[in-house]
Design a protein around this ligand. Structure first.
Ligand SMILES: *Cc1c(COP(=O)(O)O)cnc(C)c1O
Length: 225
């Protein structure tokens, strides 16, 4: 399936006015598709499998900013720690500890988002609101000097119910503002929410970073790999 260039240009144009950052989610898609958007100026790409990310990063342009958007296992952090631009799905302190350790080893501070569980489904990862607030209030983030928490990430329910989605996004934005005021940190500025099916609503509810895959690259075919 060809890359939807017109859609990309449309999205890019509306986002540059709104100060929303577009992460092009290229998981399962070939390098040629990534290069097509790269040549139009896109630099931020998102992947959710460690091996695929490592392979693509090794073979594509060095100025691509790679976002890890999937569920990250602690034992795989070491593979992406040297170069990853932003880890979106930090959902436990165990993972924070490991990212911090790998940050130290690589002599860098690794930017991360804490993932919050906002959906009604049981299957989505993330902190619940109360344990997130507890972590933020406790000051324990200072124990991880090689991790920089840049903000929050969340995935809404898999649903067409606009009222439900809207409610989930609003809740996440409120939590984000709350954390921001507790931390009083100007660099805590990123709210990653919204995908192909719900990004417009997410932006309306305060998102400033969206992760869009199928709308740009076409539907994914998992049966091939
Ligand atoms: C795959 C994925 C996306 C993109 O989904 P689309 O519906 O294709 O836009 C966004 N966020 C995460 C965490 C994903 O895994």
């Amino acid at each position: 399936m060809p890359v939807n260039i017109d859609q990309y240009k449309l999205i890019q144009k509306s986002f540059s006015q709104n100060k929303v950052q577009l992460i092009a989610v290229s998981k399962t898609k070939p390098n040629e598709d990534i290069i097509e958007l790269y040549e139009l100026g896109q630099r931020d790409f998102g992947e959710n499998y460690v091996q695929e990310l490592v392979d693509k990063a090794a073979s594509l342009a060095g100025d691509i900013r790679w976002h890890f958007i999937g569920h990250l296992q602690s034992n795989k952090v070491k593979f992406i720690a040297p170069f990853v631009h932003l880890i979106h799905g930090v959902d436990s302190e165990k993972l924070l500890l490991e990212i911090n350790k790998q940050g130290q080893k690589n002599n860098r501070v690794i930017p991360c988002l804490l993932q919050v569980h906002i959906a009604t489904e049981e299957t989505k990862f993330g902190f619940d609101a109360s344990s997130l607030l507890e972590l933020i209030q406790s000051g324990r983030l200072l124990n991880y000097p090689n991790v920089k928490i840049k903000g929050l990430m969340g995935m809404a329910s898999f649903s067409d119910d606009q009222t439900l989605l809207s409610k989930e996004f609003t809740q996440l934005n409120e939590l984000f503002q709350n954390c921001k005021s507790i931390l009083s940190d100007n660099d805590f500025d990123t709210l990653s929410m919204g995908m192909s099916s719900d990004y417009e609503l997410a932006i309306k509810e305060g998102s400033n970073m969206v992760r869009i895959g199928s709308l740009l690259f076409g539907a994914r075919n998992y049966s091939k790999s």
